[in-house]
Design a protein around this ligand. Structure first.
Ligand code: NAD
Length: 376
C-alpha cells in the first residue's frame, strides 16, 4: 500500500496531512510512504525528518502521485492536481462538500474519496474528527488574532498609574471553536459572555466561567445530529435585539456561528457595527461561509467606523505545526482500521457508519447526490 503525501498548493494552506510521526506509524503498519519535497516545510517538518521516519521523497506533485494507492491531503484537490491523480486512487482529504464545484469531477476521474468533514460526530470517531481538532485550534487563535488588533489589556490590572478595566469579550456560537475561544479569553482575564441557539451550550459556557446570554423563546436550536438548525423569525428578531445590546458593550466579538450546508447566519448587522465602540474588534470565524457580519471581507482585515473586522478564513492554518499534528493523527486514526495485514489496499466496509458517511465517491460512482443538489 503506497501512501502519497503532497505539498499543499492552495492559498493560505500551510498544513500537511501526514507528519513524520504518522508516517512512521503507517510504515509500521506495512505501508510505504512517499512525501513531496517541502510538504511539511511551512508546518516546520523537514524533509529529513520524513526520511528518518522511513519515507522516500518525490520532487513534484505528479511524482508523488505516481503509483499511489492512497493520497492524503488537507485542502480539496484542485483542477490542476486532479489531472495528475490516476483513476482508482483513494483520496482522504477535506473536500468542502457544501461549496466545492469540483465534487462531481472527482467521481468522473475514477477516484474513491473520503470526505473528512463528513465523519460522523459519534464517540468512536472522536479521534478522527478533523472538524473538532481544527476548530479547537482556530478558536484559540481567534482570541490571539483579536488581541493583535485590540489596543488595550485583556485582564484587569491594578497599576500605580491607575486601574485598567478587563476587556469584555462576546462569543457567538459556543461549539468547539467558540468554547475554546471562551476558555482562552477567560485564561487571559477577560469578562466573557456567549450566545448559542443550542440550549445544551449553556452549561458548557457556564463551566468555563462565562455568562450565557439567553434568548427568551421556547424552541431549542439543536437538530438530531447535534448541529444548529435554522431558527424562526421570532427567535431571530429577539436574538438580534439582544446581540445589538451586548455587542455594543463588548470590546472584542468573536463569531463562530455556522449551520452545516447553509450560509452563515447574520448575527452582527451593519447598524450594530456602527454603534460599537471605536477600537473594538470583530473576528468573524464564519468568513468562509459568508460571515456572521455582512461587513466581513474574507481573508482581509479592515476597519469600519473604528471597528476592526478580521475575516481570516483558514485560522487553523496560522498554527500550522499543531494543526498538522492533530489533523495527521485524525487521518491516521481514520485510515488505520481500514488497513489489513492480509490484503493490500484498504478494506472499505460500507456497514461501518463512519465509512458510509464519509465516502462521497467510490471508483467513479458519486455516492452522495444530495451534496450536488445543494449547489447554488
Ligand atoms: P458549528 O461549527 O457547526 O457551529 C458553531 C456553533 O454556532 C454551534 O455551537 C452552533 O450551535 C452555533 N450557532 C449556529 N447558528 C447560530 C445562531 N444563529 N446564533 C448563535 N449560535 C449559532 O458547530 P461545531 O463546533 O462543529 O459543533 C456542532 C455540534 O457538534 C455541537 O453540539 C458540538 O458539541 C457537537 N460535537 C460533537 C462531537 C462528538 O460527539 N464527537 C464532536 C464535536 C462537536
Amino acid at each position: 500500500m503506497r501512501i502519497a503525501v503532497p505539498a499543499e498548493t492552495s492559498a493560505h494552506e500551510t498544513r500537511v496531512a501526514a507528519t513524520p510521526e504518522t508516517v512512521k506509524k503507517f510504515i509500521a503498519l506495512g505501508c510505504q510512504c512517499v512525501v513531496q519535497q517541502g510538504a511539511g516545510e511551512s508546518a516546520d517538518f523537514a524533509d529529513a525528518a520524513y526520511v528518518e521516519a522511513g519515507a522516500t521523497l518525490a520532487a513534484s506533485f505528479a511524482e508523488v502521485c505516481l503509483d499511489a494507492d492512497l493520497l492524503l491531503k488537507v485542502s480539496p484537490l484542485s483542477r490542476d492536481e486532479l489531472g495528475s491523480v490516476a483513476s482508482g486512487t483513494v483520496v482522504a482529504s477535506l473536500f468542502a462538500p457544501y461549496s466545492n464545484p469540483l465534487l462531481a469531477s472527482y467521481a468522473e476521474a475514477g477516484l474513491t474519496c473520503f470526505c473528512l468533514e463528513m465523519i460522523p460526530r459519534i464517540s468512536r470517531a472522536q479521534n478522527m474528527d478533523v472538524l473538532s481538532s481544527q476548530a479547537n485550534i482556530a478558536g484559540y487563535k481567534s482570541v490571539l488574532l483579536a488581541l493583535e488588533h485590540y489596543k488595550s489589556f485583556m485582564p484587569m490590572l491594578m497599576t500605580a498609574a491607575g486601574t485598567v478595566q478587563p476587556a469584555k469579550v462576546l462569543v457567538m456560537g459556543a461549539g468547539v471553536a467558540g468554547l475554546q475561544a471562551i476558555a482562552t479569553a477567560r485564561r487571559l482575564g477577560a469578562l466573557v459572555e456567549a450566545f448559542d441557539v443550542r440550549a445544551a451550550a449553556k452549561e458548557q459556557v457556564h463551566s468555563l466561567g462565562a455568562k450565557f446570554v439567553e434568548v427568551p423563546v421556547d424552541a431549542d436550536g439543536e437538530d438530531a445530529g447535534g448541529y444548529a438548525k435554522e431558527m424562526s423569525d421570532a427567535y431571530k428578531q429577539k436574538q438580534a435585539e439582544l446581540i445589538a445590546k451586548h455587542a455594543t458593550a463588548a470590546d472584542i466579538v468573536i463569531t463562530t456561528a455556522l449551520i452545516p450546508g447553509r450560509p452563515a447566519p447574520v448575527l452582527i448587522t451593519e447598524e450594530t457595527v456602527s454603534k460599537m465602540k471605536a477600537g473594538s474588534v470583530i473576528v468573524d470565524m464564519a468568513a468562509e461561509a459568508g460571515g456572521n457580519c455582512p461587513l466581513t471581507e474574507k481573508d482581509a482585515v479592515w476597519i469600519k467606523d473604528g471597528v476592526t473586522l478580521v475575516g481570516i478564513s483558514n485560522i487553523a492554518a496560522l498554527m500550522a505545526t499543531d494543526a498538522s499534528q492533530l489533523f495527521a493523527r485524525n487521518v491516521l486514526n481514520f485510515i488505520s482500521p481500514m488497513l489489513s495485514a492480509e490484503q493490500d489496499g484498504l478494506s472499505i466496509n460500507m456497514d461501518d457508519e463512519v465509512i458510509a458517511a464519509s465516502l462521497i465517491c467510490r471508483a467513479g460512482e458519486f455516492l452522495k447526490p444530495q451534496l450536488l443538489g445543494n449547489r447554488e
